[in-house]
Design a protein around this ligand. Structure first.
Ligand code: GLY
Ligand code: MN
Ligand code: MN
Length: 447
C-alpha cells in the first residue's frame, strides 16, 4: 500500500489508451501537469495531494512534474520530475528522480523538471494537435505558451507547432468512470478501512463525549490501517447539527437521546470511500428516530435494486425518492397523495440532495451523468449504468423545527450512505462491513 505503486502496468495501459485516442484524432502531444503544492500559512503547507488525472496516468505522487505523451510515428511517454538532490531530500523527503522514474514507472524517457522549458518546444514540433486543458491554471497556461512560442521560433526551418488544441480531460473522465481491477481492489481497501472506522465510532460513542472525540476515533482507525488521508473532511454531527449538510466535526456534546450522523471516508492510494451512518448516542433509537431511520434504509435498498447495468443513472434516485415520499406522508410530515408529492417535489423540504454520485479518485468523481453520446442540450438523457462503475447511494432525511411538522421529528437528521460497485447483474455494496440495519447497529453498540 504505497505510491508509486509496485505494479504500474495499469498506468502504462491507461497511457496507451490515451495515446490510441490521440491517434484517432490524428495524433499529437498531450501535456498534463502534477498538482501544485498549496501553502497553508507561513512555512507550512497543506499535505500534498497529487492531481487525480495525473495520478491515474502515472502513479507518481510527487509535485513539480509533467507528463508528456506523444502519439505519432514515435509513441512515447515522457516524465519531467524533480531531480535527486541530497540536501533537499534531507529536508523534504526522498525523490524518485528521472532515472528511477524510467525504471519503476515504465516511462520511455524522463528528465529533470528544470529542462521542461528547454525541451518542450522541440517536442511540440510537427505534432498536429496539442492535447491540454488550458484556461484553468494560469501557470500551466504560461508554460504552454512559452513552449508554443519557442516552437514557433524553432519551426522556421519548416517544422510546425500544433495547429489545433483539444482538451483530453473529458476522455480521461470517461476512462476513469469505469474502474479497472486494480482500482476496484484499492477501492475495496478504502471501503473496508472506512467501514471499520464507522464501527469503531459506534462502539466508542457515549453520552457526554464531544464530536471531535469521535472524529479522533475515525482518524485513528484510518491511519492505523495505512490510509494516507481522509477522502474529505469528516462530518460528525450531533443532534440538530445533522441537519446542516456540510457541518464539520465540531465541539458539540453528544447528548443522551440524540442521534449522531457521521459522514467519513478515507483515501487509499488516491481512492476515496464515502460512508454515512446515523446512530443513537445512547445506543437505542427512539420511536420517531427509528421510523425515519428505517425509511432511509428502505429508500437505500430500493435504490440499490435499481442500480444495475443497463438501467438509467436516475432510476435509483427516483426509487429512493418514492420510498421517502410515501414514508413522509405516512408519518404525517407531508400531506397529499404520493403522485402529488412527487409531482410538486414537496419532499425537497426534507430531502434536498441527490441519491448519489460517482466515486473514485475524487470523492465526487469525474464522469458525465448524462449520455455522453447524445447531442448537446439541456435535456440530454441520463446515462445508463455499466459494470465497473462505482457510485454512492445515500438517501437522507433532514427535519428542521417548524409549526406544521410533528414535534417528535424536530432536529432529526439522518443519512445512510454506502458505496456501490456495478457488477454483471446488479451491484455490490462494498462498504457493508459496518451494518446499516438499525438492530444490527444497536447490537454493535452494546459490544
Ligand atoms: N461526503 C460527501 C458526500 O457524501 O457527497
Ligand atoms: Mn457521498
Ligand atoms: Mn458522504
Amino acid at each position: 500500500m504505497s505510491l508509486p505503486p509496485d505494479d504500474v502496468s495499469p498506468h502504462i495501459a491507461r497511457r496507451k489508451r490515451l495515446q490510441d485516442y490521440m491517434h484517432s484524432l490524428g495524433g499529437g502531444i498531450a501535456l498534463l501537469p502534477a498538482a501544485r503544492p498549496a501553502m497553508r500559512n507561513r512555512d507550512a503547507d497543506y499535505p500534498y495531494r497529487q492531481d487525480s488525472d495525473f495520478l491515474y496516468l502515472t502513479g507518481f505522487p510527487e509535485p513539480d512534474a509533467w507528463l508528456v505523451l506523444i502519439a505519432g510515428k514515435d509513441d512515447r511517454a515522457i516524465l519531467f520530475c524533480r531531480n535527486k538532490d541530497e540536501t533537499r531530500e534531507l529536508w523534504e523527503g526522498v525523490r524518485l528522480g528521472p532515472d528511477a522514474a524510467v525504471a519503476r514507472l515504465g516511462f520511455d524517457e524522463a528528465y529533470g523538471i528544470e529542462r521542461l522549458d528547454e525541451l518542450l518546444p522541440g517536442l511540440l514540433l510537427d505534432r498536429p494537435t496539442l492535447f491540454a486543458r488550458l484556461l484553468q491554471d494560469e501557470r500551466v497556461d504560461q508554460t504552454v505558451r512559452r513552449a508554443l512560442e519557442g516552437a514557433r521560433q524553432q519551426g522556421r526551418s519548416g517544422q510546425r507547432p500544433p495547429a489545433s488544441q483539444h482538451d483530453p480531460l473529458p476522455f480521461l473522465a470517461e476512462m476513469r468512470l469505469i474502474k479497472d481491477p486494480t482500482e476496484i481492489a484499492t477501492m475495496r481497501r478504502a471501503a473496508k478501512i472506512s467501514a471499520g472506522a464507522h464501527a469503531r465510532a459506534m462502539r466508542h460513542t457515549r453520552p457526554g463525549m464531544r464530536e471531535y472525540e469521535i472524529e479522533a476515533e475515525l482518524l485513528y482507525e484510518f491511519r492505523r490501517h495505512g490510509a494516507q488521508s481522509v477522502a474529505y473532511n469528516a462530518i460528525v454531527a450531533a443532534g440538530p447539527n445533522a441537519c446542516i449538510l456540510h457541518y464539520p466535526a465540531g465541539d458539540a456534546e453528544l447528548r443522551d437521546g440524540q442521534l449522531l450522523l457521521i459522514d467519513a471516508g478515507c483515501e487509499v492510494d488516491g481512492y476515496a470511500a464515502d460512508i454515512t451512518r446515523t446512530f443513537p448516542v445512547n445506543g437505542r433509537y427512539s420511536g420517531p428516530q427509528r421510523l425515519l431511520y428505517d425509511l432511509t434504509v428502505a429508500a437505500q435498498d430500493a435504490a440499490r435494486q435499481a442500480t444495475r447495468p443497463g438501467v438509467s443513472w436516475n432510476d435509483s434516485h427516483e426509487a429512493a425518492v418514492r420510498v421517502l415520499a410515501q414514508g413522509l406522508i405516512d408519518a404525517g410530515l407531508l400531506q397529499g397523495s404520493l403522485d402529488g408529492v412527487l409531482e410538486s417535489k414537496a419532499y425537497n423540504r426534507f430531502y434536498m440532495h441527490r441519491t448519489g454520485h460517482w466515486l473514485g479518485l475524487d470523492v465526487h468523481d469525474v464522469g458525465d451523468y448524462r449520455d455522453p453520446g447524445a447531442p448537446s442540450g439541456v435535456d440530454r438523457p441520463w446515462r445508463l449504468l455499466e459494470k465497473g462503475m462505482v457510485l454512492t447511494i445515500e438517501p437522507g432525511l433532514y427535519v428542521r423545527p417548524a409549526e406544521d411538522v410533528p414535534e417528535a421529528y424536530w432536529n432529526i437528521g439522518i443519512r445512510t450512505e454506502d458505496d456501490a460497485l456495478v457488477t454483471d447483474e446488479g451491484c455490490e455494496l462494498i462498504t457493508r462491513a459496518v451494518p446499516a440495519d438499525a438492530q444490527e447497529i444497536e447490537a454493535l453498540m452494546r459490544e
